[in-house]
Design a protein around this ligand. Structure first.
Ligand SMILES: Cc1ncc(COP(=O)(O)O)c(C=O)c1O
Length: 413
């Protein structure tokens, strides 16, 4: 019998369960976000969609840019269908990788070639592949609260442990004091996400420099590199001219996980890539481990059509003015209602403080006003809630008096 499987007792006979308990739990327990979203749909059927203020999901609501649509049409009209829809090499079409590497170099002053890129089915695939490529028995990974909750199950899926550094709630930059207490010789990599889901905060150049300094010191001390995995699906979703430092330029042992889900609103098409720079220790072996990890995760290749699409659209900017408008509206409205919030410079989320310590209780009370918010505890940061503003501007406009009413009636503010 496989270790870890459960026995069910029938009479005095033990029978082995026919499936993995762990996978059963992952598949049957809905995430809080999904549960709230589904509740919203049910409630909308009763009170009307226009009376539900659903801030739960992070599904882009800016339409996919016209140039992406045109690229799809052109590829379908111009290129050989066997090529468009057939397998590519596992790492991705070499011409696509070359084009994307050139585009990254042009934008960030890096020096990548196609050998440094591995095309994937989006950031979730990229991150999981990196964890699997790096993890050896007994390894641990570190991330920083508030964090994308899927990291935990991705890390655990490769048999490792995720340690979460508590948040610096004043700024949502890294809490370095706690980080230095938590890093140890078993730490294989730290995963960072900037612009951040859920805080929307962009890590400053100082934050990245300090992280690089600590990791360099710790790598020397432990006698092995501690990698950075930089999860960057929101890289282009930034406001007020915010700069998102390109992490490979500050720390050699960095793997970048990128995705077009948010920047081009292509979440359903599953396309992205991993960058493994030449400067990474044992570059050739790490790149091979990435390919091996992708192989056992049944990657085969990233979607062929969309590899070509993103190559044709490389470096083109998306119009994020809707998110920008929504951010201003919601941020100002919440602050006016008496809810404190670090003003984010990126992504499409606000992560304000709740008006009582128990964030789950706060969100439950908000639900009675049809304000659907996600408790911060789900992101490892209690005392806060996440509000996604990738929703209709009119919904945000209508929600603001409701927020005021809620805060006044429940908290007397
Ligand atoms: C921080 C973060 N990382 C990764 C992902 C996964 O993105 P993808 O659709 O590219 O798999 C998301 C999606 O919401 C995210 O917010």
């Amino acid at each position: 019998m496989a270790a870890g499987n459960l026995f069910v007792i029938f009479g005095d006979k033990e029978e082995e369960k026919m499936y993995s308990q762990k996978m059963y739990e992952l598949g049957s327990k809905k995430s809080t976000i999904r549960t709230i979203f589904e509740y919203g749909k049910q409630r909308a059927a009763i009170v009307g969609e226009e009376n539900i203020y659903d801030f739960s999901l992070g599904n882009p609501n800016v339409p996919t840019p016209e140039f992406v649509k045109q690229a799809i049409i052109d590829i379908l009209n111009e290129e050989d269908p066997c090529d468009v829809h057939g397998y590519t090499v596992a790492a991705g079409d070499p011409k696509v990788r070359e084009t994307l590497a050139d585009s990254i170099n042009e934008r960030f002053g890096t020096n990548f070639s196609m050998q440094n890129l591995f095309m994937t089915a989006g950031a979730a695939a990229s991150i999981t592949i990196c964890f699997k490529a790096l993890a050896e028995e007994g390894d641990e990974f570190i991330t920083f609260a508030p964090y994308f909750p899927e990291y935990k199950c991705f890390v655990e899926s490769v048999g490792s442990k995720l340690n979460v550094v508590p948040a610096n709630i004043e700024t949502f930059q890294i809490n370095f004091e706690k980080f230095e207490e938590m890093i140890n010789e078993h730490t294989k990599a730290v995963i960072i996400n900037s612009p951040n889901n859920p805080s929307g905060v962009v890590y400053s150049e100082d934050t990245i420099k300090k992280l690089a300094e600590i990791l360099t010191k710790k790598s020397d001390e432990y006698g092995h590199p501690v990698f950075i995995i930089s999860d960057e699906p929101y890289r282009e979703v930034v406001y007020d001219g915010a700069e998102v430092p390109y992490v490979t330029k500050y720390y050699a042992n960095t793997l970048v996980c990128y995705s077009y889900s948010k920047s081009f609103s292509l979440a359903g098409e599953r396309i992205g890539y991993i960058v493994v720079p030449n400067e990474v220790s044992e570059f050739a072996d790490i790149y091979a481990a990435v390919a091996g990890a992708a192989r056992v995760l049944t990657h085969v290749n990233a979607p062929s059509l969309f590899q070509k699409v993103v190559a044709r659209c490389a470096g083109k900017p998306s119009d994020i003015s809707i998110y920008e408008k929504n951010r201003e509206l919601l941020y100002n409205g919440l602050v006016e209602a008496g809810i404190a919030c670090v003003k984010p410079e990126g992504a499409f989320y606000l992560f304000p403080r709740t008006l009582e310590e128990d964030d789950r209780a706060f969100c439950e009370k908000a639900k009675a006003y049809d304000l659907l918010l996600v408790p911060g505890s789900d992101f490892g940061c209690p005392g806060h809630f996440r509000a996604s503003y990738c929703i209709k501007t009119s919904t945000i406009e209508k929600s603001l008096p409701v927020f005021k009413k809620f805060v006044k009636e429940v908290y007397g503010i």
